[in-house]
Ligand binder design. Structure first.
Ligand code: GDP
Ligand code: IMO
Ligand code: MG
Length: 424
């Protein structure tokens, strides 16, 4: 039996979906514990590509059960769309998907408030999926949860209170006409009918599964530097993608978690605003974007690209307690003669001892780089560590030492077969 948490170690899009799909062969249950349809997890199987936003990437393995935990914020329409795409592709969800009573619902006004807030001065560059406003309501104790869908009277009462309050705000502050309460009530009652069969007591289900010796994988969305507590605040998402969030977001107690596994991209990307010390705005950045097809899986936005930041990943390994990692997209670096790795930050000519906690400081640091030789050959067909060119092995060893991470899996392409373990 083991319970493993899988986290993104940088700013998201590290390739979590692909690695969860690979690992889920050995797990009975895969659980999402935070975030919502802001996530875009890509899995390529044969000629097909799936982009999962809310449903755990384990859904593509037929024997695996998938759980959406209480820490997730659910856009019911996005969920139903995703279920439909899977079923249209012959992937059965019935009896395999379980949703927590305590997960919060994204409402149409959350998406509008997200876009209004992004039209102001302090743009985060959100995905526009209503994530922040939904978590605001959750922590303001006004949120509407899945459990509320199950009781029509409670649902109507809560919806009326919320919509009236949001309409007042929208009209007074933003001159918006607001929402039609009756229409929202009708819409959410129909969601209840569609979602009802998936709803279950998730903490009980997961704790029973642990007692029965089942293997559980907790799939983080986003990444450590997007964590609302440990990330580059305020340029973060509104949840805790770090390993600590896995416990509160699922109902699995911390002392039942055995391992933390990190996903590390062989370079760095970020979507949205905020500091990014190793960002490349020159032709090397363009080359990374092109070779890595670095465009958002949810919004299609071009991702900002830069060199591997070992100082940042070292911080991430500490915050999450990462035991081992998968290094992804190593093949993308094959086109570079020389590769830079950031091994520390300097501020006012002094080397920093720890990762800066405020964005002003982080925006002012100068990365300290070490340059290593590239390998300049295609590695995407390599099937084992031993087949990798010597220079590639040296790169892996170098980032492992500098970031203090133990590499267990290497990924050299988007497909399942383009993956191998370090000891295999
Ligand atoms: P996630 O959000 O962490 O699941 O990552 P995304 O799916 O948003 O972005 C990762 C992208 O890289 C996807 O398009 C994957 O298909 C692709 N990918 C994953 N691993 C590799 C790899 O090793 N090499 C290459 N070239 N692409 C990869
Ligand atoms: P996956 O799981 C990369 C970023 C947004 C924005 C910030 C806040 O695919 O790795 P939000 O909509 O959450 O309020 O936006 O967080 N962001 C992501 N960036 N990958 C993601 O998910 C992201 N989810 C949110 O771009 O900067
Ligand atoms: Mg993604």
């Amino acid at each position: 039996m083991s319970v493993t948490v899988l986290v993104g170690s940088q700013w998201g899009d590290e390739g979590k979906g692909k690695i969860v799909d690979i690992l889920s062969e050995k797990f009975d249950i895969v659980v999402r514990y935070q975030g919502g349809a802001n996530a875009g997890h890509t899995v390529e199987i044969g000629e097909k590509q799936y982009i999962l936003h809310l449903i755990p990437s384990g859904i593509l393995r037929s024997g695996v059960k998938c759980v959406i935990g209480n820490g997730v914020v659910i856009d019911p329409q996005a969920l139903l769309d995703e279920i439909k795409i899977l079923e249209d592709n012959g992937i059965n969800v019935e009896g395999r998907l379980f949703i927590s009573h305590n997960a919060h619902l994204i409402m149409p006004y959350h998406k509008l408030l997200d876009s209004i807030s992004e039209s102001g001065k302090n743009k985060i560059g959100t995905t526009g999926r209503g994530i922040g406003p939904c978590y605001i309501d959750k922590f303001d104790r006004k949120g509407i949860r899945i459990v509320d869908l199950l009781n029509r009277d409670v649902l109507e009462k809560k919806l009326r209170q919320n919509v009236e309050e949001k309409n007042t705000l929208l009209k007074k502050l933003y001159g918006d006409k607001g929402f039609d309460i009756e229409e929202i009530i009708k819409e959410y009652i129909s969601f209840d009918e569609a979602i009802d069969s998936y709803v279950t007591d998730v903490p009980l289900m997961l704790n029973d599964a642990i007692k029965e010796g089942k293997n559980i994988l907790l799939e983080g969305a986003q990444g450590t530097l997007l964590d609302v507590d440990h990330g580059t605040y305020p340029f973060v998402t509104s949840s805790n993608p770090t390993s600590g969030g896995a416990s509160t977001g699922s109902g699995i107690p911390p002392n039942k978690i055995d391992n933390v596994f990190g996903i590390v991209k062989a370079y760095t990307t970020r979507v949205g605003n905020g500091p990014f010390p190793t960002e490349l705005t020159d032709e090397d950045g363009e080359k990374l974007r092109k070779e890595g097809a670095e465009f958002g899986a949810t919004t299609g936005r071009p991702r900002r690209c830069g060199w591997f930041d070992a100082f940042l990943v070292r911080y991430s390994a500490m915050i999450n307690g990462i035991d081992a990692v998968a290094v992804t997209k190593l093949d993308v670096l094959s086109v570079f003669e020389k590769i830079k790795v950031c091994v520390g930050y300097k501020l006012n000519e002094k080397l920093l001892k720890s990762f800066p906690s405020d964005v002003d400081k982080l925006s002012s640091v100068t990365p300290v780089y070490e340059t290593v030789d590239g390998w300049m050959e295609d590695i995407s067909e390599c099937k084992s560590y031993n087949e990798l060119p010597q220079k590639t092995k040296e790169y892996l060893e170098f980032i492992s030492d500098q970031a203090n991470i133990k590499i267990e899996i290497v990924s050299v392409g988007p497909k399942r077969r383009q993956t191998f373990s370090m000891n295999g």
